[in-house]
Design a binder for this molecule. Structure first.
Ligand SMILES: C[S@@+](CC[C@H](N)C(=O)[O-])C[C@H]1O[C@@H](n2cnc3c(N)ncnc32)[C@H](O)[C@@H]1O
Length: 269
């Protein structure tokens, strides 16, 4: 085996899986406000830069839902990781990731697999970190839950949900993952959360901690306060429109919204 060569092999998936992305690699990003930026394996978005910062040096990374493969390729180009798997369920981004890896001459170190979720990880990969970014929190939760057999428990999870943070944190708690780091950043008018977790035995978070993020509640960064001020205004407007509505709004929905508005008011008080 050549120096640095990994034993990672390609795992093809049936061609019936629908392609969900049509981007050209190296030309444009595809996450919300990143559309207009020239992002690629050399220049990551600030969002992916912050994700990259949580990948331990020398990690064997599995980037699930890798799209163009920018994150593992950028990290490998910097010498920051030892090996990587880029997993993609959709054909067009899968081929885009293959191309990014090939154009950077990294086929020996990064294996691109057409696979759903954690099925991209094989036992011999020795994965030590998993990134799942740019999807809804519920989707990330489902990927983790459906792929439990692919987790050794030793991996650091670096998760960047687009919404749905609460159910994702709930899954982490129920599966003995402690949140070791949290970040909230604002880029192109969107708020992005990054949740880093490690399996460390039973951990308990309160309902508010699951909602806001246990560490973010302590840090209270300007981005965090800005996000929740904005959310509070929105929830108050929705509650007011419910009160004016001619048709009855389900009581449970109003109660839930009022409860969340109460939590946010208390947080910001
Ligand atoms: C919006 S892109 C995010 C790309 C990249 N992770 C980032 O943050 O910039 C989401 C990608 O996840 C892929 N994806 C969604 N569900 C997946 C799954 N279950 N397994 C693997 N990839 C998935 C999609 O095909 C898409 O390419």
């Amino acid at each position: 085996m050549a120096p640095g060569r990994t034993h990672l092999k390609s795992t093809p998936m049936p061609d019936t899986i629908a392609s969900r992305s049509g981007q050209v690699p190296g030309i444009r990003g595809d996450i919300r406000g990143e559309k207009e930026l020239q992002l690629n394996e050399h220049t990551l978005s600030m969002r992916l830069e912050r994700v990259a910062a949580h990948v331990p040096a020398g990690a064997r990374l599995a980037d699930i839902g890798s799209d163009h493969g920018y994150l593992p390729v950028a990290l490998m180009r910097r010498g920051a990781i030892a090996a990587a798997v880029a997993g993609e369920v959709a054909l067009t981004p899968f081929h885009a990731a293959e191309r990014t890896v090939r154009e950077n001459g990294l086929e020996e170190r990064i294996t691109v697999r057409h696979a759903s979720g954690l099925a991209a990880i094989e036992p011999g990969d020795g994965i030590t970190a998993i990134s799942i970014c740019g999807m809804g929190g519920e989707t990330i939760r489902d990927i983790l839950d459906n792929g439990k057999t692919h987790l050794s428990g030793q991996e650091r999870l670096i998760l960047q949900p687009n919404g749905g943070e609460q159910p994702l944190r709930q899954w982490l708690m129920e599966n003995d993952y402690r949140i070791v780091c949290e970040e909230l950043l604002r880029e192109n008018r969107f708020d992005y959360e990054i949740i880093v977790a490690e399996r460390a035995g039973p951990v308990m978070y309160t309902a508010e901690e699951l909602y806001f993020g246990p560490l973010q509640m302590q840090t209270r960064s300007p981005a965090f306060l800005f996000k929740w001020q904005h959310r509070l205004r929105h929830k108050q407007q929705t509650l007011a429109s419910f009160a004016r509505a001619r048709q009855a709004v389900p009581e449970e929905k109003v109660r839930e919204l009022a409860r969340e508005a109460g939590w946010i008011s208390a947080l910001l008080a």
